[in-house]
Design a protein around this ligand. Structure first.
Ligand code: 5GP
Length: 187
């Protein structure tokens, strides 16, 4: 059986990765499974344990690093985020394509471990639009918004490390482009 693809989706905070992802993740022809990350950040309103993330303590996260349980991990605006390795490997060995929605440092680690990872970066139509989207989420204090904006500018510099770059002006169109990219690599 052909091993499943490892698809890495990144993009600055607020670019609308989640919205784009929702449009294609359940498309059966893509045979995709979303990898649920482990994080130390607080659960946001509307999020669910084991659906959006596995919410863990910093001690548990450090233990996962020590035990080499993570395919990659990174600290992002004061919290840790990481991808449990065993689950990803199991799915890929079953022939399923796995989607990681992770930030740029994590993608660098994945690329080192998995040379054939299919890496896709989502960019905003403009910085003004990105700021509007980050503020529109309306769930975080100004200090965190500022941190996320500064981080977003920095993250955009990593665009050249990705195989494909997709602009999220229209989420449906962006998702259709990503579907086409994945299908092309499934051939
Ligand atoms: P948020 O707090 O908005 O859910 O996520 C913050 C950032 O962490 C996003 O850019 C998201 O893609 C990234 N992220 C989520 N899970 C992981 C992970 O497992 N590893 C890494 N490296 N980044 C992650």
């Amino acid at each position: 059986m052909k091993k499943g693809l490892l698809v890495v989706l990144s993009g600055p905070s607020g670019v609308g990765k989640g919205t784009v992802l929702k449009e294609f993740i359940h498309d059966a022809s893509l045979n995709l499974t979303y990898s649920i990350s482990m994080t130390t950040r607080e659960k946001r309103a509307g999020e669910e344990e084991g659906v959006n993330y596995f919410y863990v303590s910093r001690d548990r996260f450090k233990e996962a690093i020590k035990n080499d349980e993570l395919l990659e991990y990174a600290e992002f605006v004061g919290n840790y985020y990481g991808t449990p390795a065993a689950y990803v490997e199991k799915l890929r060995n079953e022939g399923k394509n796995v989607l990681l929605e992770i930030e740029v440092q994590g993608c660098t680690q994945v690329r080192e471990k998995c040379k054939d990872a299919l890496t896709i970066f989502i960019v905003p139509p403009s910085m003004e639009e990105l700021e509007r989207r980050i503020r529109g989420r309306n769930s975080e204090p100004e200090e965190v918004v500022q941190q996320r904006l500064a981080k977003a500018s920095k993250e955009l510099e990593a665009v050249g490390n990705y195989k494909y770059v997709v602009c999220n002006d229209d989420p449906l169109l962006a998702s259709q482009i990503i579907s086409l990219i994945i299908k092309r690599h499934m051939e």
